[in-house]
Design a protein around this ligand. Structure first.
Ligand SMILES: CC(C)(COP(=O)(O)OP(=O)(O)OC[C@H]1O[C@@H](n2cnc3c(N)ncnc32)[C@H](O)[C@@H]1OP(=O)(O)O)[C@@H](O)C(=O)NCCC(=O)NCCS
Length: 179
């Protein structure tokens, strides 16, 4: 008898989207506390600040069969003056790092969403160990900075590589070639 081997179906997806529900927003804050307070020790207890009152939070949502959705990544964006936008608090949970372009996908939606809102200049203060990652994603280092006592680079995204994205509520599923 002939056996038929079926190709495995796609069971694990990570969708990058604006954090539109209260559950998604709360999960992004938990993830930020886990990364920036517990793991990196940059903040004591909570990393919330006044920027959160105006920032748009973005989430990476892991979906698997028979399990509740889980937020495995986040970043936030905000406008400081007309046309000038910043991204900050980029974080991916340890188990999802370097697995499927989650961080790159978050950066793509962050810059693309700002571009759709009229961004002319997109900047971020990037921890020095991540500069190579951002350079690979078409960012340029403008200056070296000390932020919270740690080495950072002020970096700027090349908007030519980040077309405006108007559908952040739906977002997109990340693939290895996110950008
Ligand atoms: C930085 C961070 C968000 C990256 O997320 P990630 O999901 O691992 O990133 P990606 O998988 O999209 O990385 C894309 C590529 O860059 C590589 N990469 C990831 N982090 C890198 C780094 N720090 N330096 C160089 N390359 C890096 C990945 O291996 C991957 O390469 P590949 O496509 O050849 O496999 C994640 O490591 C993190 O949350 N770190 C702790 C918090 C932090 O540092 N936040 C950033 C503050 S600026």
């Amino acid at each position: 008898m002939r056996t038929v081997c079926e190709a495995p179906t796609l069971t694990r997806t990570v969708r990058i989207k604006l954090a539109t529900t209260s559950q998604e927003r709360e999960a992004t804050r938990r993830l930020r506390r886990a990364v920036f307070c517990d793991e990196q020790g940059i903040f004591d207890g909570d990393d919330l600040d006044e920027i959160d009152q105006q920032a748009l939070p973005i989430a990476a949502v892991l979906s698997m069969p028979d399990r509740p959705d889980e937020v495995v990544g986040t970043v936030r964006i905000h406008e400081t003056e007309p046309g000038i936008w910043y991204g900050s608090r980029l974080a991916v949970t340890r188990s999802a790092r370097r697995t499927g372009s989650v961080g790159s996908g978050l950066i793509k939606l962050a810059v693309g969403t700002a571009h759709a809102h009229g961004c002319k200049t997109f900047l971020a203060q990037v921890q020095s160990q991540n500069v190579t990652l951002f350079q690979r994603l078409h960012w340029t280092s403008l200056a070296e900075l000390d932020v919270h006592g740690r080495p950072h680079h002020l970096m700027q995204a090349d908007l030519a590589h980040y077309p405006p994205m108007h559908d952040g509520d739906t977002g997109f599923v990340v693939t290895r070639d996110a950008l």
